[in-house]
Design a protein around this ligand. Structure first.
Ligand code: SF4
Ligand code: SF4
Length: 264
């Protein structure tokens, strides 16, 4: 499952990946509930990308520090971005199969904090950030896996209803910020340091080790380098999500991209 499709900026002719047509306001049929014969099938043998906001939600839910969460529940793989690793969920063995570690016989044990990909399904989301178009535009596509019987349930949904019912707004907002930063990483901004160099390690810490970044920011007095109100500093100091937003902007700044932060 992947909640964020990556493809080149689209042109006026809207060239979508072959076989995919975006949904507009029309309805699609789908419902997932414990009564479907395929219940939890999709949580097994799955490759699930985890984005930075997924990590801070899950680690809080599990009351783990971010380093322990990463060590226990994630793996790195080479994904679409050749200059930055992709983080995926580490599955656990259950008989012949591998499954999500948060799956129980009753279903998802982290449901309220499940990752974006899980809550977006059966939709996939793509964002067109081409400059000519002005504001980024989002598109949703309906996926249909043969094993998923939810498509035969009678419930009618529109994309808008699905976004609301799955509480996707906050995930989408944070994933759009993350996609911007990931795109920057994709331009190889490490300036000859190569993979695993100091800047890339800093970037990885900001994105995936929020506790480590909190300590680093405090030790380096990072917030004091920028024009931030007392209220903004308080929020950044108290909330992971605000610290992550600050971190994304800080990375843009130190990697030479346009940042919302203003230096003092
Ligand atoms: S987080 Fe929940 S919904 Fe997502 S794969 Fe794991 S058990 Fe399934
Ligand atoms: S209906 Fe689809 S999403 Fe729900 S459990 Fe079955 S396979 Fe997974």
């Amino acid at each position: 499952m992947s909640a964020l499709l990556r493809f080149e900026p689209m042109t006026e002719s809207k060239e979508f990946p072959e076989g995919l047509d975006p949904l507009g306001g029309e309805e699609f049929t789908f419902e997932c509930h414990p009564g479907v014969s395929c219940f939890t099938v999709c949580c097994k043998n799955v490759e699930l990308d985890l984005y930075p906001y997924d990590i801070i939600r899950l680690r809080k839910r599990l009351a783990l520090d971010s380093e322990t969460f990463m060590h226990t529940h994630t793996e790195l793989k080479k994904g679409a971005n050749p200059y930055f690793p992709t983080v995926i969920l580490k599955l656990v063995a259950n008989g012949q199969k591998f499954q999500c570690p948060f799956l129980s016989d009753q279903g998802c044990t982290v449901y309220e904090d499940r990752p974006a990909a899980c809550r977006t399904y059966p939709l996939e989301r793509a964002v067109d950030r081409s400059v000519e178009r002005g504001r980024p535009k989002e598109f949703y596509f309906l996926t249909n896996h043969g094993y998923c019987k939810g498509h035969y349930e009678p419930q009618q949904n529109t994309v808008k209803q699905w976004i609301r019912s799955q509480y996707l707004e906050q995930f989408n907002q944070m994933n759009d910020r993350w996609a911007e930063v990931d795109t920057l990483f994709g331009s190889n901004p490490w300036k000859g340091e190569g993979s695993g160099g100091p800047k890339q390690q800093l970037a990885f810490m900001v994105c995936y080790d929020i506790d480590g970044f909190r300590e680093f920011a405090a030790a380096q007095h990072l917030l004091d380098h920028y024009r931030l109100s007392r209220e903004q500093k308080k929020k950044i100091n108290e909330k992971d999500v605000e610290l992550l937003k600050f971190g994304f902007e800080w990375l843009k700044d130190i990697l030479g991209s346009r940042s919302a932060l203003i230096k003092k």
